[in-house]
Design a binder for this molecule. Structure first.
Ligand code: TYD
Length: 140
């Protein structure tokens, strides 16, 4: 599965902590967009989509949330609860975000500008695209 945890170095001293994130250093792509999700209401599930051409790194800056990832073959669940922990998601990963704590701020670093056409929002269509991609991979 094209997902991985990225640990960021914390530069701490007696004043507190600082984490610096740079494109193509800690993050394996050019960062074209940053957005963050906060004030998420109780029992809300966000996401429920995949992207065809978009890499992202999710960082929970405050509080915690859980991320389900699914590449059409395998499912995994990650707990994001530390600002030094990033979750990288490649193309064609179905993701769902849930269990947001009240104070959760989930920052997302993205490799592309916002493009609503890049979203796969239908789960059956996602499975179909994964199957197609897999056939192409096996044939060539
Ligand atoms: P949405 O994709 O529904 O969020 P999530 O997948 O996390 O549940 O996005 C919510 C709204 O924000 C929707 O109207 C699209 C808009 N939006 C942007 O304009 N730019 C962005 O970069 C993102 C991620 C969303």
């Amino acid at each position: 599965m094209d997902t991985k945890i990225i640990k960021f170095d914390t530069m701490g001293d007696k004043r507190g902590a600082l984490i610096a994130i740079e494109q193509n250093i800690q993050i394996p792509f050019d960062i074209k967009r940053v957005y963050y999700i906060f004030n998420t209401k109780k029992n809300v599930i966000r996401g429920k989509h995949a992207h065809q051409n978009l890499a992202q790194v999710l960082v929970c800056l405050n509080g915690s949330c859980r991320i389900l990832v699914n590449d059409g073959f395998t499912k995994d669940e990650y707990l994001l609860d530390q600002p030094d922990k990033g979750l990288y998601l490649g193309n064609n990963i179905w993701r769902e975000m849930y269990n947001f704590s009240d104070n959760c701020i989930l920052m997302v670093l993205a490799s592309e500008l916002y493009n609503s056409d890049d979203y796969i929002r239908d789960y059956e269509q996602f499975l179909h695209i994964v199957a197609q991609n897999n056939d192409i991979y096996i044939k060539h």
